[in-house]
Design a protein around this ligand. Structure first.
Ligand code: C2E
Ligand code: MG
Ligand code: MG
Ligand code: MG
Length: 288
């Protein structure tokens, strides 16, 4: 009976499951050609000094525009690239493109900016990551101060000992390391102490309701105090309103990233923002 039905087994999945598998298949196929077809782009989101309103850095965020699929969120395609290994060439492209853009900003005489690049678990596991980073910095004529790398707790926890070793090497090179989405992972404080990191980034799920929800405020305060005790810099991501900004600034957050100051923008728009000496941002800080 089962054997007789096997050729039509897709029927058991139902049409909805089928559509999902179909979509995933199209996405994977298209993603294979995304790099060579120039469908990938980086946007940059400013990170602003909570006290001066100056742009200290920008996070590079990947964007994929495909003729067939339209805009596909990195939340959707990064996990797929991670699963099928495409994240290795894509990740290298991100690193190189971000560093190259930073060199262009530097050469244009704009105030120095630290560009932050997100790393994935596979990248951290690849044997030559440290060499690759050093090579790209040399190629683009940047110093270690010009680059920051972002990793998440869950990424580190996939292979703790190896991750710590690689992060240590990057840290010893002088590269700034940030722990992204902090508060959403499951690592114990004991591990946190062992991570060679410089910055904690409070996840935006806490920031979102920090003004209206006591629990989220409590978690946020705890993270900020923890960062201070461990001598770490603290960045809040996902700050959308003046009230959130005010709250975080008073609590002692060093840097702010979020729509309140700026959405992620194409490099040309960042250039304009920097050329205008980020006046608009400084006004927002002064208003608080
Ligand atoms: P992430 O590294 O935590 O990046 C921050 C995300 O929050 C970005 O989403 C950004 O656009 C969004 N965001 C920033 N401020 C606000 C705000 O005020 N409100 C709201 N609602 N959202 C805000 P995005 O660009 O969709 O990226 C999502 C995730 O995809 C990133 O989270 C990161 O995990 C991953 N990702 C993006 N680019 C790369 C990349 O080049 N490499 C790797 N490995 N992962 C990437
Ligand atoms: Mg990030
Ligand atoms: Mg994050
Ligand atoms: Mg996130």
């Amino acid at each position: 009976e089962a054997k007789r039905r096997a050729p039509n087994s897709y029927q058991f999945f139902g049409t909805e499951m089928n559509a999902q598998l179909q979509e995933r298949l199209v996405l994977e196929t298209q993603l294979r050609y995304a790099l060579e077809r120039n469908e990938l782009q980086l946007h940059y989101q400013p990170r602003v000094d909570a006290n001066s309103g100056k742009i200290l850095g920008a996070e590079a965020l990947i964007r994929w525009q495909n003729p067939q699929l339209g805009f596909v969120s990195p939340v959707k395609f990064i996990p797929i690239a991670e699963a099928n290994g495409l994240i290795i060439p894509i990740g290298e492209w991100v690193l190189r493109t971000a560093c190259n853009q930073n060199r262009l900003w530097k050469e244009a005489g704009l105030p120095p900016l630290r560009v932050a690049v997100n790393l994935s678990a596979r990248q951290l596991a690849q044997p030559n990551l440290v060499d690759l980073v050093a090579q790209i910095l040399a190629e683009t004529n940047l110093s270690v101060d010009d680059l920051e790398l972002e990793v998440t707790e869950s990424l580190i926890m996939e292979n703790v000992e190896h991750s710590i070793k690689v992060l240590q090497e990057l840290h010893e090179m002088g590269i700034t390391l940030a722990l992204d989405d902090f508060g959403t992972g499951f690592s114990s404080l004991n591990y946190l102490r062992r991570f060679p990191i410089d910055i904690l980034k409070i996840d935006r799920s806490f920031v979102n309701n920090v003004v209206v929800n006591q629990e989220d405020a409590a978690v946020t305060n705890t993270i900020i105090n923890l960062a201070k005790d461990l001598n770490l810099h603290i960045t809040a991501e996902g700050v959308e309103t003046q009230e959130q900004f005010e709250y975080l600034k008073i609590k002692g957050c060093d840097e702010i990233q979020g729509y309140y100051f700026s959405k992620p923008l194409p490099s040309s728009a960042i250039t304009e923002l920097l050329q205008k000496n980020h006046q608009s941002l400084q006004q927002k800080v002064a208003a608080v």
